[in-house]
Design a binder for this molecule. Structure first.
Ligand code: 13P
Ligand code: SF4
Length: 308
């Protein structure tokens, strides 16, 4: 393993590369990344990279976003099959037809799209949001227009609750956050009555309503940092997040809320990236994310939504 890590470090230098890793990657990948973060922090970090190559340890839409924001850089993704159930739940042609139908019915609206979506879907949008800036962007949409929110219905519902703004919601969801077991969460709360529950806004309402704090992964880190004395936290998000929480705020104890069918919830798409694939992609320069025609329009929307 040490040899592999050394090999990656040497290749990174040889290839003039920076490694970005999402908090849902295995700890061993996060450990050797130059930057770790949530979707917003990583998209912003990608614009400040000075090397010619970015290796994105995350899923496909994240690497695509990094490419859109850095057309001149080479962007590599260790496994091109690392997709996302949310992105898949909203195909661009279906969204286009739905928007057309709304327009034909005289509805005046803007489309607000969660960053977990394809470039083609981003190109059909007015705004792109992450869990870190969604509330702020929703408040920027003119009050006389409706909002079509895609693709995550749970995040959309949560945003309706916190902003008081009714939205037309696309019926998509994240396969990881959708299946937390509310019964197991309640049992854990009974066993640890002083524990504090954190939930990602991609979780359904039945999990959110039993949580003390709802926020994206970066917001979770800020929240636990406010507690100086050791606390038990029950964490309802992808299980690798516990590694990051543990390394940043080791004074606390973190307990993963289990899924209905497994003891912890790991994203199978994120898990496709491994140290061996990271080494291989640095060695071969593949798989690479290539510029696509729809990136130009998506880039404009990303820039005004995330960078301004
Ligand atoms: P954030 O880390 O931006 O909260 O996103 C969560 C997620 O599901 C990424 O795929
Ligand atoms: Fe997509 Fe969910 Fe995996 Fe995030 S955790 S990449 S939203 S499937």
């Amino acid at each position: 393993m040490t040899d592999l890590i050394q090999e990656i470090a040497d290749l990174k230098k040889r290839e003039d590369a920076t490694i970005l890793a999402h908090y849902y990657q295995d700890g061993e990948i996060q450990d050797l990344a130059d930057f770790t973060g949530d979707s917003l922090k990583l998209a912003r970090a990608a614009t400040r990279v000075s090397t010619g190559t970015i290796v994105f340890c995350g899923v496909h839409f994240m690497a695509e976003t990094a490419k859109m924001l850095n057309p001149e850089k080479r962007v590599l993704l260790p496994d091109l099959q690392a997709g996302c159930s949310l992105a898949e739940s909203c195909p661009a042609n279906k969204l286009f037809r739905y928007q057309e139908m709304l327009r034909e019915n005289g509805r005046r609206f803007q489309t607000v799209t969660y960053i977990n979506s394809s470039a083609a879907v981003k190109a059909l949008s007015d705004w792109i949001v992450t869990s870190g800036n969604a509330e702020e962007i929703i408040r920027r949409v003119p009050a006389d227009l409706e909002i079509l929110f895609v693709p995550d219905r749970h995040l959309g519902q949560y945003l309706e609750e916190v902003t008081g703004r009714k939205m037309i919601l696309w019926d998509g969801s994240c396969m990881v956050h959708e299946i937390f077991s509310v019964n197991d969460l309640l049992a854990m709360k009974r066993k640890m009555p002083t524990a504090i529950t954190l939930a990602h806004p991609e979780c359904p309402a039945n999990i959110r309503e039993h949580s003390d704090f709802v926020g994206g992964t970066e917001a979770m880190i800020r929240y636990v940092a406010d507690y100086k004395e050791p606390v038990d936290f029950l964490v309802a998000t992808e299980a690798n997040m516990l590694w990051q929480l543990q390394s940043q705020q080791p004074q606390h104890r973190y307990h993963p809320v289990p899924g209905i069918t497994c003891a912890c919830n790991k994203c199978p798409h994120m898990a496709r990236n491994t140290l061996v694939k990271l080494r291989d992609c640095l060695q071969t320069g593949k798989p690479e994310i290539h510029w696509q025609p729809e990136f130009a329009r998506a880039r404009e929307i990303l820039q005004r939504s995330l960078l301004k």
